[in-house]
Ligand binder design. Structure first.
Ligand SMILES: CSC[C@H]1O[C@@H](n2cnc3c(O)ncnc32)[C@H](O)[C@@H]1O
Ligand SMILES: [Zn+2]
Length: 434
């Protein structure tokens, strides 16, 4: 099957700045095979054609940190401190969740993500067979981990599930699923547990995904326990010898940043600006991370804390937060923050060979953003429009691995309405009495 996208303003995300070029894009099977100019015979032979006049064609957005199934808990508990929110509300609710709740919660999130232009998400959760099943059924690309917490009984089962995630799902969905090892965080994983997680990552030659320094409370706790900052603690157990996704990384000192710089960190930071704002965690020093040569991508965190999975909201928040933190409106400009949401996110997730830019040979994860809207006129500077004025509802078409999952804002694979009805009843049962 071949799909021709004609007359688009193409943003390849390959250069230093985001500059659209008018042209066509050819997708054959799962791959992009031509960008800009498509040979006339290929155009004539195309099985499907989308006229993208007035639209931007750009790489699908990459969400580097999520707990997607938590959409089933959205709005149930708000305005609490992180540890209170987790221990008194989320963890009791999660203890009641069934495998089917996790499947449907994840599916609900894939609807939201596809409709707002996200094509890849990295996830850490429980019942990961169900998360994987939702990824396969939705058509999305997923980078999955079983969250590993040492705290109570069940720690062995968690490792067994983490291992089985590799054995059963790695490469499933025509290569759309990849797997990482997910120790939850410094405050929930003692050194011996982290070392086991690292050994598992080594065994499968896979990256790790972990929360880091999300709150000042975490920094205090780890200092009391080990006499180290959370970053120094992870360094001490050997985590930075591996490709690692560091979610949040809000409270890193200059010395911590130097640790990551010297480690020549593979992977990078998954910055979750909206979650950090809403949970009152603080503002991560993203400008300093970039100056230190670290790779930074964007994430939402789970829809329990972030409230939205629309990465266009994260793009705006990321830029605003660095500008206000540094008192400098030139900090984190439109091109940089769009790169974070695409190409840089792909690097953080070790997927840069497959996605993140529009280039021949890459997987066809492409979105079309319709610029024909009052809030997207006039067209002086398209990168500024995309970064600062667009939102998820401006996404007209979403293509993942060559498959059209949304066209003209209509989903092609999932029954959105049936899902919404089913979720409502399930969500009530889970949170009743908590
Ligand atoms: C064991 S699977 C992952 C685990 O993480 C919890 N979680 C959700 N949001 C956050 C956050 O912002 N920081 C730390 N942990 C978080 C989620 O409830 C799952 O239990
Ligand atoms: Zn998280």
């Amino acid at each position: 099957m071949s799909l021709l996208i004609e007359n688009a303003r193409i943003v390849t995300m390959t250069g230093d700045t985001v500059t659209p070029v008018l042209g066509d894009l050819l997708i054959e099977g799962e791959l992009i095979t031509a960008v800009g100019e498509v040979p006339i015979e290929k155009k004539i032979q195309a099985d499907q054609v989308i006229d993208a006049t007035g639209m931007i064609a750009m790489p699908g957005l990459v969400n580097c940190h999520n707990h997607a199934a938590m959409s089933i808990l959205r709005g149930f508990s708000e305005d609490l401190r992180l540890m209170e929110w987790l221990s008194q509300k989320m963890w009791p609710a999660e203890a009641r969740m069934t495998a089917e709740d996790v499947y449907l919660g994840t599916l609900l999130s894939t609807v939201e993500m596809i409709k707002s232009g996200t094509t890849t998400f990295a996830d850490m959760y429980v019942f990961t067979d169900e998360v994987a099943r939702a990824v396969v059924d939705s058509g999305m690309r997923g980078v999955l981990t079983r969250g590993l917490i040492e705290m109570d009984e069940g720690r062995e089962e968690r490792f067994t599930e983490a291992r089985s995630l590799f054995e059963t799902w790695s490469g499933a969905g025509n290569g759309r699923i990849s797997v990482m090892v997910g120790p939850h965080g410094p405050h929930t994983c003692p050194p011996s547990y982290l070392k086991r997680a690292i050994a598992l990552a080594k065994e499968f030659d896979a990256p790790l995904h972990i929360h880091l320094a999300e709150t000042t409370e975490e920094v205090t706790l780890i200092k009391q326990e080990y006499g180290l900052t959370p970053t120094a603690y992870l360094q001490e157990v050997g985590l930075f010898d591996h490709h690692v996704v560091l979610a949040h990384s809000v409270h890193l000192s200059a010395a911590d940043i130097e640790i990551l710089r010297r480690a020549q960190l593979r992977g990078g930071i998954a910055h979750n600006p909206v979650s950090n704002l809403k949970l009152g965690c603080g503002i991560a020093p993203i400008v300093e991370y970039m100056q230190a040569g670290l790779t930074v991508g964007l994430g939402t965190d789970g829809p329990g804390s972030a409230t939205t999975l629309d990465l266009f909201e994260e793009i705006k928040a990321a830029a605003w937060m660095q500008k206000v933190r540094t008192f400098d409106p030139t900090a984190l400009n439109a091109s940089q923050v769009l790169q974070m949401a695409t190409r840089e996110g792909a690097k953080v997730l070790a997927l840069e060979d497959r996605i993140g830019t529009l280039e021949a040979g890459k997987r066809a994860d492409v979105i079309l953003v319709d610029l024909n809207a009052a809030h997207l006129r006039p067209h002086h500077d398209v990168s500024a429009l995309l970064a600062y004025s667009a939102n998820g509802a401006d996404v007209h078409t979403t293509i993942i691995n060559g498959e059209i999952l949304m066209r003209d804002r209509k989903l092609t694979k999932l029954d959105e309405q049936a899902l919404l009805t089913e979720i409502e009843t399930r969500a009530k049962r889970i949170v009743e009495g908590i």
